[in-house]
Every structure is written in C-alpha cells, then in structure tokens.
Write a protein that binds this ligand. Sequence first.
Ligand code: DGY
Length: 342
Amino acid sequence: MTSPAEVQPVTQSDSPVSDSSARPVLLLTRRLPDAVEARASRDYRAVLNPEDRAFSGQEIAARAAEVGADAVLCCAGDRLDAATIAALPRSVRVLATFSVGTDHIDLEAARARGLTVTNTPDVLTDATADIALLLLLGAARRASEGERMIRANAWTGWTPTQLMGTHVGAKRLGIVGMGRIGQAVAARARAFGMTIHYSNRRRLAPELELGATYHADPEAMLPVCDVLSLHFPATAETRHWLNAERIERLPPGAILINTARGSVVDDGAVIDALKRGRLAAAGLDVFENEPNLHPGYRDLPNSFLLPHLGSATVETRNAMGFKALDNVDAVTAGRPAPDRVV
Ligand code: DGY
C-alpha cells in the first residue's frame, strides 16, 4: 500500500477530529480534473492521488483512517464493498461518488453504518447519450474495421462492396430503461430517422414519450429491436440480463449498444451471437470486470469497443466533480446532500 504520506502529507495534528475549526479532510481516491482538484484543495484539506494509483477497497479505508478523512470522493472503479465500508474510520460522514452509477458501493452496508452516499446524476446525460450514438453509428457502419484497415496500410482503394454496413435511418431502436440517458439517446436517434420503442418500469408522459412505443414487458419489445440500447443500472437482478435466450428474441442481424454497465450482458452469449452473425454488431463502452474484459471481444471484427468513455469530456468530468463536491460541501456543513442515494 502507498502511504497517504507519500501522496500528500496530512499530519494527525491537521485532523479535524482534533481541531473542529479546521477545514474538513477530503480523501480523493483518484486523480480528478485540475479544476475539481483546485476547488477541493481550496475548500478542504484535500488528500490527492497525483499518480492516479488504483487503490483496493482496503487501501482506501486505510488511507481514510490514516488521514482522519471526514469525506471520501470515490470513483466508479473503486470497490466499496461491505468489508471496505466496515473498515472506514468513523470520521467519514459521506462517500461522494464521481459517477451516476453506484454499483461499486454496497449501499446496504453504507445505510447500516449511517454513511451518506451521493452520486452525480444529470450532468453526464448528454455526454453518455453522445457516446451511445457514436457506438450505434460506429457499430452499424463498421468504423472499427475501416479504421484498422487504414492503420494497417491495407486499404487498396474504394470499391462498391467494401465494408458495407447497416443503414440506421428507418430502423427501430429499442431502449431498455428510459430515464434521463435513455430519453437523450432517443432524441438523438430521432434525428437519424429511427423509430423509438422503449421499455421502462413506468410509462412516460406523452410530452416525454414523443411518440415512442411503450412496452411494459421488455421481453415483448425485443422482437422489434433492430438496435437494442441498454440504459438500466447493474444490480443483482439485472446481472446478465441480456442472455442467449433474449438475444434469440431479437431480429436476426440486430445491433447491441451498451453504455450502462458490462455486467448487464452475458459476454459469452453476446460473443457467440456476434461470431454467428446472429448479432450483426455490438457497440460497447462498458464491460464486466473492467478493465479485464472478456478477451473474446478483441478478435471480433464486428465489435466496436471503447474504454468506458461515456462521460469523458472535460466539461462533463468537471461538472461531475463539482457536483460531487457540492454534495460533500452539504454534508460537511450539516445540510442535506442534493444527490443523496443513501
Ligand atoms: C457513471 O457515472 O456511472 C459512469 O459510468 C462513469 O462515467
């Protein structure tokens, strides 16, 4: 374990436990955008991670104890399981995640321990929807194959039958999970002339539905999904939701888009369907066990793969960081957190 002292010294005498007038101690588990770290350092005794080391859950808890953290600003790749939460020092009042997803945090353990957990909804909706469209177009139009051909200096010139893909206009896009991001994907896909179908726990009001066809049962929607885009959280119930049986319900040659979480698809079933052409292509930004994704994806010509870039714009990552800090500000000042999950 790297001692927090190697990262940024925070001596015990600085601890707010021993000096209630001092600024609270905020532990940042990863390196964050400059503007976010600047604000964190202005308002807190911030313990940064300039080398951006990926710490284990136990290391995060040990660092938090060592520096007497009042708050921890954690990220999607951190493992805040029950053992980590139990090991956090009592001084920690809030776990503010730099993500909208909270599947890396054992929320029940946090609740039981009386720890506030917050996330960053809304600010990454557009960026994530943009990536979903990039994946949709990239997968449908064989962008990965074309790019690799050029980089390998294997392009011998234009031919009438080269890398013919799927035209997305007039195709049916099925969205599972029509929250903020699902709706933003629908808005973009409409501009490409796609017809929108969706499944969601609740039907949307007509002004949000905008003519999309609602399917109370996602199973019933699958046969009309020329493109299927997933936008629901990873939970024990949704693990491997897209399995071999559900893939068989899709139209032959359907395209899969996943910007939600990797664990909601069964990789073995998806890879098998891509190999057989049962799925024409998949555009994936998220993977089970990131960054150690199923190796089968790498060799497939019809997989268009991105390394979890959904929210990766400067503007969005700044906004996520500021939102996380707003939540830390609220809890450390004794106010309700604006984005409280637990
Ligand atoms: C999130 O916020 O949950 C994303 O997956 C990380 O950008």
